[in-house]
Design a protein around this ligand. Structure first.
Ligand SMILES: O=C(O)C1=C[C@@H](OP(=O)(O)O)[C@@H](O)[C@H](O)C1
Ligand SMILES: C=C(OP(=O)(O)O)C(=O)O
Length: 432
């Protein structure tokens, strides 16, 4: 992907594709429900398509036309043994949440993913599932993993060592199959889409402070789900509009669930001019139109409980920080090292290659902003968020930026380059 610095600001009204986390969960719960589930605004990105493929491989009737997905629910015990290993591609959410569901099945299964997935830690999910009675094996607890039938699971009380919505969700999903109550307590609030969606499918999920509990067995009722735009995708447009002078952009219909909206708090604390017009005030997954204008940004410290509320947005925040006056410190974010790539190392190296003044911490990074950035050759490491973060940096830098392995972008944001071009950016994908 080739990006040139823009000569004028980004302008216009746009919309980002559907929320990735909500799209995955809608397919999973729809597949396990009774009756039909219809999803609109579904993210037709590679990760969520992998989730659909896994459930089709287990016999579920799922039809998709663009962003509309129609699922004939198989019921909690209606999945069939897959004929081949389930393949999740690049999707950590798919493999971790599926481990919870597969642990409750009466058939054996094998689950695998791409080279990045094979390096990501699965013990954080497999260990608590084993406490429930699940039988999961794999070399070094890495994918490929084999799940053998275990008889009925037993509910547990589990204190998560790190705030992870994927681990929390895997345990709640396994809890649907377990005898007794499964309770999960997290150290800080992580995204709560699983809890919200389980309740909307009719499951009596209890929530108290940082604890969520479910008592098995449950019955899920199919329903209609409208997926809002993904704030994690909107993050790249927000930062681009803030750092490119003379920009004014409206992003319509973005999900602003408070467990996801830390990016807005941080960009505003940096001096970002962002207006949020909430459209739905009474629903559990609030949706808003967001207006953003170019702003003089200043450095901030990002740490503590806000980190899980913006974990996937840190690459975008690091780019905003490089264009801000003063120093930004990001810490308590060691989780970034075990995402699709080591995102701390990727951001430090890439920003340095563009002339930024950055240093790496064990659990984050320090960005001394305000240096004039120039275009550079950046390796995305096959990580969609790294590729998009540097596309945005390249738009505000002088000269040309080339991003290697940018074909990972549709993992979460199909149409990224096209949307940027419509807003006035000079972005070209290889082969265009
Ligand atoms: O549950 C989810 O949908 C996700 C949870 C987060 O991962 P962790 O649970 O590992 O923090 C996040 O980084 C990922 O993009 C999506
Ligand atoms: C970490 C991410 O996703 P996953 O864990 O599902 O691969 C992401 O989308 O930034």
């Amino acid at each position: 992907m080739r990006i040139r610095g823009v000569s004028s600001g980004l302008q216009g009204t746009t919309q980002v594709p559907g929320d990735k986390s909500i799209s995955h969960r809608a397919v999973m719960l729809g597949a396990l429900a009774q009756g039909e589930t219809v999803i609109t605004g579904f993210l037709a990105g590679e990760d969520c398509l992998a989730t659909i493929a896994c459930f089709r491989d287990m016999g579920v009737d799922i039809r998709r036309q663009d962003n509309r997905v129609q699922i004939q629910g198989a019921g909690l015990h209606g999945l069939q043994q897959p004929e081949q290993p389930l393949y999740v591609g690049n999707s950590g959410t798919t493999i971790r949440l599926l481990l919870g569901i597969l642990s409750g099945q009466v058939f054996p299964s094998v689950i695998n993913g791409d080279a990045s997935i094979q390096k990501r830690p699965m013990a954080r999910v497999a260990n608590p599932l084993r406490l429930m009675g699940a039988r999961i094996t794999g070399e070094g607890d890495l994918a490929p993993l084999t799940i053998s039938p275990a008889g009925t699971l037993t509910g547990i009380d589990y204190l998560l060592p790190v705030a992870s919505a994927q681990v929390k969700s895997a345990l709640l999903l396994a809890g649907m199959y377990a005898k007794g109550v499964t309770s999960v307590t997290e150290p800080a609030p992580s995204r709560d889409h699983t809890e919200i969606m389980l309740a909307s499918f009719g499951v009596a999920i209890k929530r108290q402070g940082l604890t969520a509990s479910v008592e098995g067995p449950v019955v899920l009722q199919g329903r209609e789900i409208a997926v809002p735009g993904d704030i994690s995708s909107a993050a790249f447009l927000l930062v681009a509009a803030l750092i490119i002078p003379d920009s004014e952009v409206v992003i319509r219909q973005v999900g602003i669930n408070p467990t996801r909206s830390g990016i807005i708090d941080v960009l505003r604390a940096m001096g970002g001019n962002i207006e949020v017009q909430q459209l739905t005030s009474n629903l559990a997954e609030p949706v808003a139109d967001i207006l953003v204008r170019s702003s003089e940004l200043r450095g901030v410290t990002v740490e503590g409980d806000i980190i899980p509320r913006l974990i996937d947005e840190i690459p975008a925040i690091a780019v905003a920080a490089a264009f801000a006056k003063g120093t930004t410190i990001i810490r308590d974010a060691a989780e970034l090292k075990v995402k699709e790539s080591n995102r701390i190392a990727a951001m430090v190296q890439g920003l340095m290659a563009m002339g930024g003044d950055v240093s790496e911490l064990d659990d984050g990074l320090v960005i001394r902003g305000g240096k004039a950035l120039h275009g550079a050759a950046i390796e995305s490491r096959g990580d969609h968020r790294i590729a998009m973060a540097f596309a945005v940096a390249g738009m505000a830098a002088c000269g040309e930026t080339n991003i290697g392995n940018e074909d990972c972008i549709p993992v979460s944001f199909p149409g990224f380059a096209e949307i940027l071009r419509q807003l006035g950016a000079n972005v070209q994908m290889d082969g265009e």
